[in-house]
Design a protein around this ligand. Structure first.
Ligand code: IMP
Length: 206
């Protein structure tokens, strides 16, 4: 399997919550997940136009700097009535340096005249693993969490667009779910579990 001979993977993220979440998912594998900050690596500028491009950019940077396999993700919310916006620009939708609150407020404003039956959208996540010096082709997986954009915030947990994103199945917003509930259904939880599964496929060799 891909993991043969790999005992450490660098996680190209500076977000402590994400690092904990992903370390939990990989807990069953015999591999240590190390934060890029442990190597003094910072995130490069996200200049890609797709989630996959941005995830590859971050992971390649960390792999080159550390000399180890590196994993990264990129995510955002894709809203049907806005032709897919904010998409890869989710973190800076209201402008460079905008807060989560600024971005959410702009989304609510843009959605105010959209009728209830056209308020669908989804969180998308690309998760990738790349290898230093191209020892192996990159592994890329993508996942989506579908829901509806509410007109008002609900709940106090989560981050980003969680308070206005209603999960279709549970009818809770991302901000009303516990961390475990959200991980079980979220775009990021699904993507990293899929990546973890691919790494364990017996047919894949380094
Ligand atoms: P990142 O690329 O994973 O850091 O996420 C980019 C942006 O997408 C974040 O700043 C949030 O605005 C939004 N986002 C991604 N995942 C979530 C989520 O699970 N809940 C709410 N917002 C999210």
């Amino acid at each position: 399997m891909v993991l043969a001979g790999i005992d450490r993977i660098v996680l190209a993220s500076g977000n402590a919550g994400k690092i904990r979440e992903i370390a939990d998912i990989f807990a069953g594998l015999d591999v240590e997940i190390v934060a890029q900050s442990d190597f003094g690596i910072e995130s490069p500028e996200e200049t890609g136009t797709t989630f996959v491009e941005n995830a590859l950019l971050k992971a390649r940077f960390a792999a080159n700097q550390s000399g180890l396999p590196a994993m990264a993700d990129d995510s955002g919310i894709v809203v049907d009535a806005l032709d897919g916006r904010p998409g890869v620009y989710s973190a800076r939708y209201a402008g460079e340096g905008a807060s989560d609150e600024d971005n959410l407020e702009l989304l609510l404003q843009q959605m105010q005249d959209v009728p209830d039956d056209r308020r669908g959208g989804g969180f998308h996540c690309a998760a990738v693993l790349v290898f230093p010096a191209n020892q192996h082709e990159p592994i890329v997986v993508e996942a989506v969490w579908r829901g509806t954009i509410l007109r008002e915030r609900r709940g106090s947990g989560g981050f980003g667009y969680d308070p206005v994103f209603l999960d279709t199945v549970s009818q809770k917003t991302g901000a009303e779910m516990s961390r475990e509930e959200k991980n079980a259904v979220s775009h990021r939880g699904k993507a990293f579990r899929a990546l973890c599964d691919v790494l364990q496929e017996p047919g894949r060799r380094r």
